[in-house]
Design a protein around this ligand. Structure first.
Ligand code: BGC
Length: 446
């Protein structure tokens, strides 16, 4: 066995998000978010579950940070709940909510763990949704105001900022298929949400520069490594279309390339043109410092006119994980190589990568060997991409602990730490011990 060593200074971390772990949904004057509303509507979330309590992290953050320290985490990515700090999205600021993140950040720093703060991980204040949410252009300035508040309040201690988590997922799944909050199914609404989300990102980047704070800011996109099912010209063309619709739509404008023509034409032909005003593309292209990459799997693509987009998913050939997608550890290195080439070698943080492995607690242990095997493969692939020239500086595993997996409720476990949702007991899984070893050695067995 060889040891694949990562570059000196490479950072190892883990990631979570506010609604998935915090609980305390009605404490300390927190406002409602769209996920409170959505999860309380019958039939939206598996088994009728919600994030009212989740991992109760709001009360247990000290214990959770102690666990992070035991694992040796060097950095921790979390998100702020907008409605905890500005209950109605704009206007009144809730000091108690702000104070929670002060305590969290200070406790991380006390343990020598660098905070990486995501401004938006899907829990939009319900009051803003009532005004149209991401479909209403006014959200752009609301988001910039929220961002300014956080830069001002935490910018002396936080230097890594992520504007949006996965606009692909919250725009398409929240507004088109409707399987996530706010549960809308409309192409025109989706088109508006996409453009306003990216515009909000750009305004937050500008606000960060104006704040004079030191540090770095970027966006995190959801990615899949697309692979042509064969090498015919139609299939290769179809694969590029898949990249246009899911990847370039969200990365292109941020890197000053504008929106892909194929996607603009698709939306426009369906009375759903993106509401682009003069100057918008310049705002979205405000230079960022890094690209956040989330990646869980690959997808084989073939040509098809079924949905009018020119491509569809080809049948899987690898074993499926509990989430329904393929166990494809090579996908991380492949995607990082692709994105490095496509956008001129951006600095990359892997802001999420992980494995759904529902292995249960047995005899006080969780032997999640599948997670370990796949993570090892993902990291070996990442190591290869770095050796080939990609500028990857940090890796955050999703997730620190089992948590509320959105529309799947608590039925999908992504944690390195087992959460007993009835007692709130935490138990480190085998993968946690393994990851602690990876961090100690700054490397992975190849
Ligand atoms: C999201 C997380 C989610 C994870 C696992 C990502 O799309 O950012 O919130 O829990 O995937 O499905």
């Amino acid at each position: 066995m060889t040891m694949l060593e990562f570059p000196q200074g490479f950072q190892w971390g883990a990631a979570t998000a506010s609604y998935q772990i915090e609980g305390a949904h009605n404490e300390d004057d927190r406002g409602l978010s769209i996920w409170d509303t959505f999860s309380h509507q019958p039939g939206r979330v598996m088994h009728g579950e919600n994030g009212d309590i989740a991992c109760d992290h709001y009360h247990r953050y000290e214990q959770d940070i102690a666990l992070m320290a035991e694992l040796g985490l060097q950095t921790y990515r979390f998100s702020v709940s907008w409605s905890r700090v500005i209950p109605f999205g704009t206007g009144h600021v809730n000091e108690k909510g702000l104070a929670f993140y002060d305590r969290l950040i200070d406790a991380l720093l006390d343990r020598g763990i660098e905070p990486a703060l995501t401004l938006y991980h899907w829990d939009l204040p319900q009051a803003l949704q009532d005004l149209g949410g991401w479909a209403n252009r006014e959200i752009v300035e609301a988001f910039a105001g929220y961002a300014r508040l956080l830069f001002e309040r935490y910018g002396d201690r936080v230097s890594r900022w992520i504007t949006l988590n996965e606009p692909l997922i919250f725009t398409q799944f929240g507004h088109r298929s409707g399987v996530m909050a706010p549960g809308i199914r409309s192409l025109p609404v989706t088109a508006r949400a996409v453009h306003h989300a990216l515009l909000a990102h750009g305004r937050a980047v500008q606000a960060f520069r104006e704040s004079g704070r030191e540090g770095e800011i970027g966006i995190t996109n959801a990615n899949t490594s697309y692979e042509p099912a064969d090498d015919t010209p139609e299939t290769l063309r179809a694969t590029e279309l898949a990249r246009d619709f899911d990847t370039r739509l969200y990365h292109g404008p941020v890197y000053g390339r504008g929106y892909p023509e194929s996607v603009l034409a698709y939306y426009a032909a369906r009375d759903a043109a993106l509401p682009i005003l003069p100057g918008d593309l310049e705002v979205i292209a405000a230079p960022t410092d890094f690209l956040g990459v989330n990646l869980y799997s690959r997808q084989r693509i073939e040509a098809s006119d079924d949905r009018g987009v020119g491509y569809r998913n080809a049948p899987p050939t690898l074993p499926l994980l509990d989430m329904g997608y393929e166990a494809a550890p090579h996908a991380l290195g492949d995607f990082v190589r692709w994105v490095t080439k496509e956008y001129g070698r951006p600095r990359i943080y892997i802001t999420e990568n992980g494995v759904c492995d529902n292995t249960e607690l047995a005899g006080g242990r969780v032997d999640d060997q599948l997670r370990i095997d796949l993570l090892r493969g993902f990291l070996a692939g990442l190591h290869g991409a770095i050796a080939d020239g990609a500028d990857v500086r940090a890796y955050y595993q999703w997730s620190l602990m089992d948590n509320f997996e959105w529309a799947f409720g608590y039925s999908k476990r992504f944690g390195m730490v087992w959460t007993d949702f009835a007692t709130q007991e935490r138990v480190k899984k085998a993968s946690a011990e393994w990851y602690a070893g990876v961090i100690r050695r700054n490397g992975v067995e190849g």
